[in-house]
Design a protein around this ligand. Structure first.
Ligand code: FAD
Length: 430
C-alpha cells in the first residue's frame, strides 16, 4: 500500500518507520528543510543541540524500546538532574521530597501537607477520578492555598498562561507520575536521559529506517492540500500531485484544518476546540554559567520568562568548547505582544532579570543567541478532555490524524509521540 505521511517530527517518523517495516511504500513530506519538528536540532560549537530543551525520563519505555531497536542505547546518558525553584530572589533545590521538606518559604506544616499530597498523586492517584477537577481547585483544596500559590500555580501559569485556571488535574497528575518514574529507588536523586551529541541520531535513524525499506523522506516539501474525492483520500498536493492509498497527517490541528478542504463540520469543530500555547525559546551561548541548576522554575509572576534551563548543567560545557548554553523559556498565547517580538527585543526584555538570578551576570557573557517559536508547543488540556480527543480515523476515508492533542492524560513528549506513531501505524496496517 502507498502511504503518505505529512510531518517529519517524532510522530511522523515513527509511524513511517513502523509501516515501512511492514512492507508499505512510504512517502514522508516535511515542510521544513530539516526533520525532527519540535525535537529538531541546529549546530552550535560544532555539535547539534535541540532548538527547544529536551531530555527524557527513565520511565519513557516506548522511547527507550525504539532507541534500542535502532541500536542507539549505548548513546543514552543518564544524568542526575539539578532542578531548582526561584522564589523571592532565592534559588532553592527542588529535586527530591526532602528538598520540599526543606523549602523555607512554606511553613513546616504546609511543606508536610504538600509533600503528602505529592506522594498520594505519585503513588495512588487515578487520572480518571481527577479529570473533572481543575488543577488549581484540587491543589488549593488538598495541598493548601499557600503551597498552591507558591509552587503549583507558577508551574501551571508557566505552561498555560491565561488558561492556567482551566487546566485539568489529570494533566498535573501525569507530571507527578513522570517525575517519580525518573527517581532513584532511594528517592535521593532524579535521572534524566540525553543522547550523546543530541537526539539527532535518533531522528536520522528513523529516517534511514524508512529509506532502507525503499521509502522516501522528503524535506522542504510542505503539503499544500490533501486531495479528497467522494469522501475518500486520493493523495496529496506537495508541489506535484502524489497519488496515495492512505494518508496520515501528524501536523498540528490548525494546519490539518487548513490543508484538508471540506472536513465534516463535527470533526472540524472538535479540532478547533483544542487551543495551543506557543513556546518562545531564546537560546543563549555564554562565556559563563548562570547558576548551578539545570532546570530553574521561576515562581515570580513579574519575571519575563518562566524557566531558565541551563543545558550545560546537564551536559558538561566541554562538549560545546567550554561555552555555556542557556534556554530562556516562555509560553504565550498568539494574542500576547511578546508573540511577535524579535530576538533582540526579547533579549532586552529578558536579560535584566538574569541579574536577579546571578548578580554577577553581565550582558557581555552572551556571545550569540537564537530565538525559536513553536505555535503548537502545548495543547491546552481542560476538564473532561478525554471526551473531546479527536479520533485517529477522520471522517474522510483512509485519512488519519496523529498529533499531540491526542496525547492524554500524559503531557506531550517524545515518548508519547513514539507511542502514538506505533498505535496509529497498527491501526492503518489493519
Ligand atoms: C519547548 C519544548 C520543550 C520540549 N521538551 C521536551 C522534553 O524535554 N522531552 C520530550 O520528550 N519532549 C519534549 N517536548 C515535546 C516533544 O518535542 C514533542 O511532543 C514531539 O516532538 C512532537 O512530535 P510530533 O511529530 O507529534 O509534532 P512536531 O514535532 O510538531 O512535528 C510536526 C511536523 O509537521 C511539519 N509540518 C507542519 N505543516 C506541514 C505541512 N503542511 N506539510 C509538511 N509538514 C508539515 C512540521 O514542520 C513538523 O516537523 C518539548 C516541546 C517543546 C515545544
Amino acid at each position: 500500500m502507498s502511504i503518505g505521511i505529512i510531518g517529519g517530527g517524532v510522530t511522523g517518523l515513527t509511524v513511517g518507520y513502523e509501516l515501512a517495516k511492514k512492507g508499505h511504500q512510504i512517502v514522508l513530506f516535511e515542510g521544513q528543510p530539516y526533520l525532527g519538528g519540535q525535537a529538531s536540532t541546529f549546530e552550535i560549537e560544532g555539535t547539534r543541540l535541540e532548538r527547544y530543551y529536551h531530555h527524557i525520563f527513565t520511565g519513557d519505555e516506548d522511547m527507550m524500546r525504539l532507541i534500542g531497536e535502532l541500536g542507539l542505547t549505548d548513546r543514552m546518558q543518564w544524568l542526575a538532574s539539578k532542578v531548582g525553584f526561584f522564589y523571592e530572589g532565592k534559588t532553592y533545590d527542588f529535586v527530591t521530597p526532602f528538598d520540599l521538606l526543606r523549602f523555607e518559604p512554606l511553613s513546616l506544616l504546609q511543606r508536610v501537607r504538600a509533600g503528602l499530597v505529592t506522594l498520594y498523586l505519585q503513588r495512588f492517584g487515578d487520572w480518571r477520578t481527577l479529570e473533572g477537577f481543575t488543577a488549581q481547585g484540587w491543589m488549593r483544596r488538598y495541598a493548601g492555598q499557600e503551597a498552591h500559590e507558591v509552587i503549583f500555580a507558577p508551574l501551571l501559569r508557566a505552561k498555560f498562561g491565561e488558561y492556567a485556571d482551566q487546566v485539568t488535574m489529570a494533566w498535573l497528575w501525569s507530571k507527578f507520575k513522570d517525575r517519580v518514574g525518573s527517581r532513584s529507588r532511594t528517592m535521593a536523586r532524579e535521572l534524566l536521559g540525553y543522547m550523546e551529541g543530541s537526539f539527532q541520531p535518533f531522528i536520522d535513524a528513523l529516517a534511514d529506517g524508512i529509506r532502507a525499506q525503499g521509502g522516501e523522506v522528503l524535506t522542504d516539501a510542505p503539503v499544500e492540500r490533501v486531495i479528497v474525492e467522494g469522501g475518500r483520500v486520493k493523495g496529496v498536493q506537495a508541489g506535484d500531485t502524489w497519488p496515495l492509498d492512505k494518508v496520515i497527517a501528524t501536523v498540528p490541528s490548525f494546519v490539518f484544518l487548513d490543508i484538508v478542504p471540506d472536513l465534516p463540520a463535527d470533526y472540524a469543530d472538535q479540532l478547533r476546540e483544542v487551543r495551543y500555547q506557543t513556546s518562545l525559546c531564546l537560546v543563549l551561548k555564554m562565556t559563563h554559567s548562570l547558576s548551578r541548576i539545570y532546570w530553574l522554575n521561576i515562581s515570580d509572576p513579574t519575571f519575563p520568562f518562566v524557566g531558565a534551563i541551563e543545558h550545560t548543567n546537564l551536559i558538561p560545557s566541554e562538549k560545546y568548547n567550554g561555552k555555556h548554553i542557556l534556554y530562556l523559556s516562555d509560553y504565550v498565547a498568539k494574542s500576547d505582544p511578546l508573540y511577535s517580538a524579535s530576538a533582540e527585543e526579547l533579549m532586552m526584555h529578558y536579560l535584566p532579570s538574569l541579574r536577579q538570578i546571578n548578580s554577577d551576570f553581565d550582558v557581555d557573557w552572551v556571545e550569540d543567541s537564537w530565538l525559536f517559536r513553536e505555535d503548537a508547543a502545548q495543547p491546552i488540556i481542560t476538564c473532561g478532555y478525554s471526551r473531546r480527543i479527536p479520533s485517529y480515523e477522520t471522517p474522510v476515508e483512509d485519512l488519519y490524524l496523529a498529533n499531540t492533542t491526542q496525547i492524554y492524560p500524559q503531557d506531550r513528549g517524545m515518548n508519547y509521540s513514539v507511542r502514538l506513531g506505533r498505535v496509529v501505524g497498527e491501526l492503518v496496517d489493519q
